[in-house]
Design a protein around this ligand. Structure first.
Ligand SMILES: Nc1ncnc2c1ncn2[C@@H]1O[C@H](COP(=O)(O)OP(=O)(O)OP(=O)(O)O)[C@@H](O)[C@H]1O
Ligand SMILES: [Mg+2]
Length: 265
């Protein structure tokens, strides 16, 4: 079976810096995979290369077996790669519902006249787009705030709207960049509940960048670890947490020193 998303020896360089160094892994089914690593490890750069915002200098990303090399960013977004950004990147002055409609409008093709007067096939398509958005509003329990400008909402809700907007594109895979950063413990718990529901109801594989290790250990089925652009581990949470290279890189502790310091006598 072809994996939903394949990251195949992807390398990203900026001038002399290698931000992502021949990284490979794939995602299938409804896997919830956490992508972790210290600040500057290359997590966002890797997500950007999957979304087409950055182009790999070598390697390839494939969605359901098809190469995304050279595919324009908007086609990647409408073609199956949903993305919620590290900084929600919503239109702050627009309402929740308008933010959710923004992405869908790309799929509303029609003549200028039919758009202006909203008739015929254009109107039918708009109704269909609305239906997708309404379902997502329902799913994320955003009914109460649908007509509020995003800027007036608590940060936790704004982050949720960012994920909701990605889901409105009916993706085949969902990329989440630090969705829980800046959230309170309660908001994080709410968020975790939605992640589990996305998995359960939509059956989507998710690649989830996260710094909150407690959340990662609670929710992720698999963890991929980057350090200085290199993949240093990929596996079940327990195995990854005990991996000496991960402990050294991610926690900034040398395992042998930790053992020595902790040993009696
Ligand atoms: N557009 C860019 N131009 C130049 N260098 C960049 C660019 N984007 C990222 N980098 C560099 O690539 C490396 C990886 O950055 P990246 O943002 O992917 O890290 P990250 O793992 O997402 O970190 P954080 O946890 O802080 O979000 C860093 O050294 C960064 O300075
Ligand atoms: Mg980042």
């Amino acid at each position: 079976m072809i994996p939903t998303l394949e990251v195949d020896k992807v390398r990203i360089t900026f001038g002399g810096i290698t931000a992502v160094d021949d990284v490979s892994f794939d995602l299938s089914g409804q896997e919830l995979v956490a992508l972790i690593g210290p600040n500057g490890a290359g997590k966002t750069a890797l997500l950007n290369s999957i979304s087409g915002i950055y182009r790999p200098s070598s390697g390839e990303v494939r969605l359901e077996g098809r190469s995304l090399n050279g595919v324009p960013v908007h086609k990647i977004a409408t073609g199956g790669v949903g993305r919620a950004f590290q900084h929600a990147e919503l239109f702050a002055g627009l309402t929740v519902v308008d933010n959710l409609m923004v992405g869908r409008h790309r799929q509303l093709k029609g003549s200028l006249l039919s758009m202006a007067v909203r008739v015929g096939p254009y109107l039918r398509r708009e109704v269909a787009q609305r239906a997708v958005v309404e379902e997502v509003i329902d799913f994320f329990e955003l009914e109460q705030v649908r007509n509020r400008p995003v800027s007036s909402l608590p940060f936790g809700v704004q982050k949720l709207v960012g994920v909701a907007r990605a889901l409105c594109m009916e993706p085949r895979v969902l990329l989440l960049d630090e969705p829980s950063s800046g959230l309170t413990r309660q908001e994080k718990e709410d968020f975790a509940r939605f992640m589990l529901r996305i998995r359960h109801d939509r059956g989507l594989p998710m690649l989830w960048v996260e710094h909150d290790m407690q959340m990662v250990m609670d929710l992720a089925e698999r963890i991929v670890v980057l350090d200085h652009g290199v993949k240093i581990a990929d596996g079940a949470p327990d195995a990854v947490a005990e991996n000496p290279a991960v402990r050294t890189a991610y926690l900034g502790v040398d395992d042998t020193e930790m053992t020595r310091a902790g040993s009696p006598g």
